[in-house]
Ligand binder design. Structure first.
Ligand code: GDP
Ligand code: MG
Length: 604
C-alpha cells in the first residue's frame, strides 16, 4: 500500500463519551477483530484501565480498509489517554497523527476535556472530523451539540458524522470521512531513517518494545540504528504493526506507526527516551532530529510502606514492575520512624496517583500503607537559593531560623470547569473556598457555563473534582494545566503523639487550613490508637503552635491489679500473643501503635 493511502489518526474526547467503544466498532468494521467475541475495548489493555474506563497508556492499532474506490487503505488508530494528567502522552500521540475524530456525546455535549484536548490537537495542526456519538439515547440532542462545536471551536459541522458506537448506526461513514478529510502522512521512504519514539513498554518475552512513527526511510530486521538522545546504537531484531496485537512485518516504511525491538535488546527501559529520534548508523550528522518533548514533572507525591516489614521485598518487586511500564512515576527509597522502610513515589497528577495505587492493590494484592497525596513546596532562601521539597519530613523545623526569612511557594493550576448554569453559585463557592481566583465565566450555550479559575494544585489532591461533582449531580467536568509557582503562607502541620511527631503523616498546608485539618487529624487518630498504661496526648501542631488536642485515658489501675498469681498462665498466653503481634507494632516515642492504626487513619 503506497504512502498516499496511509492515514494516521486518533480520537479526541472527554472521558466516557465513547472513545473505547467506537475504537472497537472501527476494528470490527475493518475485520481487525471479530464482532461480539468478548474482545471488548481492545485498546484499553490494562485491567485497571478497563475497569475505570479510562486509558492511561496510549495504544495503537493498524487497520486495513477497503474504500469505495476499491483500494485498500492502511489506517493507524492511535489511542490517546483522555485525561490531562497524561498531557505529555497525549501530545506525543497527537504528533504521530495528521488528524483526529473529535468525538462528543450527544446528550452531554462539549465538556472540559473536549475543550482541553481540542486545543492540544489544534495546536498540533491536526485536521478534525467532528463525530457526534450516542445518537441512540433518548436524551441525545444532536443540533445542540453541533451548535456547541460551531460556537466553541468554530468548526464547520456540515461534515459531522452522527453515530451510535453502541448499536453501530452510522459507524460506516466514519472511515470514508477519515480518508477524505485527513491528509496522508508526509515522508520519503528513500531518504535515511528519521523515526520518532512515541511510546515504550516492557514485554516479558521481547524485552523493551518501542512504538515508533517513521517520518522518513524504512526499518527492517538487521538495520543498525542510532539514538540521538543517548548516542546508543542498536540492531533491529523485529519490526511489526499492532493488529491488534504485535504482528511481525518484513519492513516498516515512512508514514507508518509500528513497533520495533532490538537484538540484543535495550537493557534498561530508561534508555527509551520518549520523543527521541532514531536514524541509520552513519547518518547521524546528516539527518536532523525531530523536536523532542518535555520530560513530564511529577506534581503529586505519596509515601508507601508495607504494613508488615517482612513484605518489603515482595512489595519492592511489585513497585519496580509497575514503574517499569509507567516511567512518568518517579521512585525513591524512604524511611519513616513510625512506619519503617518504604518508598516515595511521584505522579503527574492526582488521577495518575490513584490509578497507580489501585494497580498496586489490585494487581498485586499488597498490604500497604499509603500516605495522603501531597504537592511539592518551593523554598527560596534569603540567600536566593531555591529548594523544592517533595517530602514534608525534609521541610525545615520551625526552630530552624532560616525558614523564617525564607519565601514559600506552592504550585498553581489553571482550571476549566464546565457545568449546567443552575449550579454556578455553588461551584463558585467551592472554588473560592479552595482559594481559587476566578478568571472568567462564559456561557457557551443558553444553559452551559465554562468557569475558569486559578487554583492551588493542592485543592486537586483534596478532591476538588469530587466536591464539584457532588454539588452538580455529577454534571461538572474539570480540566487543568500547570500554572507555575505562587507565593503562599505555608506551614508544616505535624501530628504529635506524646510530643513526638509521627513523621510519615506530616503535611505542608496553607495557614487557612491548619485548624480544620488539625482538628480532623486528632479526632480521627484517637479512634484508632489503643489505650496504654499511661495517658496518651495526641496533638496537631502548626509550626510550634498547637492547634488541636485529644487525650486517651490510661487503663485504670485496678484492671492490672486483678491479675493475680493464679493468672500466670493467662498472662503468659497474653505475652506470647503480644510477641506474635509485635512485628506489626511500632513505637512513636514511648507509645506503641499498631500498624493498622496508621492504615485506618490514612484511609479515607
Ligand atoms: P471512553 O471513556 O471515551 O473510552 O468511553 P467508553 O467507550 O468506555 O464508553 C463509556 C460508556 O458509554 C460505556 O458505558 C459505553 O457502553 C457507553 N456508550 C458508548 N457509546 C455509546 C452509544 O453510542 N450509545 C450508548 N447508549 N452508549 C454508549
Ligand atoms: Mg476508554
Amino acid at each position: 500500500i503506497p504512502l498516499e493511502r496511509y492515514r494516521n489518526f486518533c480520537i479526541v474526547a472527554h472521558i466516557d463519551h465513547g472513545k473505547s467503544t467506537l475504537s472497537d466498532r472501527l476494528l470490527e468494521h475493518t475485520g481487525t477483530i471479530s464482532a461480539g467475541d468478548g474482545n471488548k475495548q481492545v485498546l484499553d489493555k490494562l485491567d485497571v484501565e478497563r475497569e475505570r474506563g479510562i486509558t492511561v497508556k496510549a495504544q495503537t492499532c493498524t487497520m486495513i480498509y477497503k474504500h469505495k474506490d476499491g483500494l485498500d487503505y492502511l489506517l493507524h488508530l492511535v489511542d490517546t489517554p483522555g485525561h490531562v494528567d497524561f498531557r505529555a502522552e497525549v501530545t506525543r500521540s497527537y504528533s504521530s497523527c495528521s488528524g483526529a475524530l473529535l468525538l462528543v456525546d450527544a446528550s452531554q455535549g462539549v465538556q472540559a476535556q473536549t475543550v482541553a484536548n481540542f486545543y492540544l490537537a489544534f495546536a498540533q495542526g491536526l485536521s478534525l472530523v467532528p463525530v457526534v456519538n450516542k445518537i441512540d439515547m433518548a436524551s441525545a440532542d444532536v443540533p445542540r451539540v453541533l451548535e456547541q462545536l460551531e460556537t466553541v471551536f468554530e468548526l464547520d459541522t456540515s461534515t459531522a458524522v452522527k453515530v451510535s458506537a453502541k448499536t453501530g448506526q452510522g459507524v460506516g461513514e466514519i472511515l470514508p470521512a477519515v480518508i477524505s478529510n485527513i491528509p496522508a502522512p508526509e515522508g520519503d521512504p528513500k531518504k535515511p531513517l528519521r523515526m520518532l519514539l512515541v511510546d515504550s513498554w516492557y514485554d516479558t518475552f521481547k524485552g523493551v518494545v518501542l512504538l515508533v512513527r517513521l517520518f522518513d526511510g524504512t526499518l527492517k530486521q538487521g538495520d543498525k540504528v542510532h539514538s540521538f538522545a543517548t548516542g546508543n546504537e542498536y540492531i533491529v531484531g523485529e519490526v511489526g504493526i499492532q493488529y491488534p496485537d504485535g504482528l511481525p512485518q518484513k519492513v516498516l516504511r515512512a508514514g507508518q506507526v509500528g513497533y520495533v525491538f532490538f537484538n540484543p535488546g535495550m537493557k534498561r527501559i530508561q534508555d527509551a527516551k520518549l520523543g527521541d529520534t532514531f536514524t541509520n548508523v552513519g547518518y547521524e550528522d546528516i539527518v536532523k532530529p525531530l523536536p523532542g518533548f518535555e520530560e513530564p514533572k511529577p506534581m503529586v507525591f505519596v509515601a508507601a510502606f508495607p504494613t508488615n516489614q517482612d513484605d518489603y521485598g515482595r512489595l519492592a518487586d511489585s513497585i519496580a514492575h509497575l514503574v517499569l511500564n509507567d516511567r512518568s512515576v518517579t521512585l525513591q527509597k524512604d524511611y519513616s520512624e513510625a512506619l519503617g522502610a518504604g518508598w516515595r513515589l511521584g505522579f503527574l497528577g492526582s488521577l495518575h496517583c490513584s490509578v497507580f495505587q489501585d494497580r498496586l492493590r489490585q494487581e498485586h494484592g499488597a498490604s500497604i500503607i499509603i500516605t495522603e497525596p501531597a504537592v511539592p513546596t518551593k523554598i527560596v532562601w534569603s540567600t536566593g537559593e531555591e529548594q523544592i521539597v517533595t517530602n514534608p519530613a525534609e521541610f525545615p523545623d520551625p526552630d530552624d531560623h532560616r525558614i523564617r526569612s525564607a519565601t514559600l511557594y506552592e504550585p498553581f493550576v489553571n482550571a476549566t470547569v464546565t457545568l449546567p448554569e443552575e449550579y454556578v453559585g455553588r461551584c463558585i463557592e467551592i472554588c473560592e473556598n479552595a482559594r481559587g481566583v476566578q478568571k472568567s465565566l462564559e456561557f457557551f450555550t443558553a444553559t452551559q457555563v465554562i468557569l475558569k479559575y486559578e487554583l492551588p494544585a493542592a485543592s486537586l489532591v483534596d478532591d476538588l473534582f469530587g466536591k464539584l461533582k457532588g454539588a452538580t449531580k455529577g454534571y461538572a467536568t474539570l480540566d487543568y494545566e500547570d500554572a507555575g509557582w505562587r507565593q503562599a503562607q505555608l506551614v508544616k502541620l505535624n501530628l504529635l503523639v506524646n510530643k513526638k511527631a509521627v513523621d510519615a503523616v506530616a503535611r505542608i498546608v496553607h495557614v487557612s487550613q491548619v485548624e480544620r485539618l488539625g482538628r480532623q487529624w486528632v479526632t480521627k487518630f484517637k479512634e484508632h490508637v489503643d489505650r496504654q498504661m499511661f495517658e496518651v496526648i495526641i496533638q496537631a501542631a502548626a509550626g510550634r503552635r498547637i492547634v488541636a488536642r485529644e487525650t486517651i485515658k490510661p487503663f485504670r489501675k485496678d484492671v492490672l491489679a486483678k491479675l493475680h498469681a493464679s493468672d500466670i498462665t493467662r498472662r503468659r498466653k497474653l505475652l506470647e500473643k503480644q510477641k506474635a503481634g509485635r512485628k506489626r507494632l511500632r513505637a512513636v516515642g514511648n507509645v506503641i501503635i499498631d500498624q493498622s492504626a496508621f492504615q485506618k487513619f490514612l484511609s479515607k
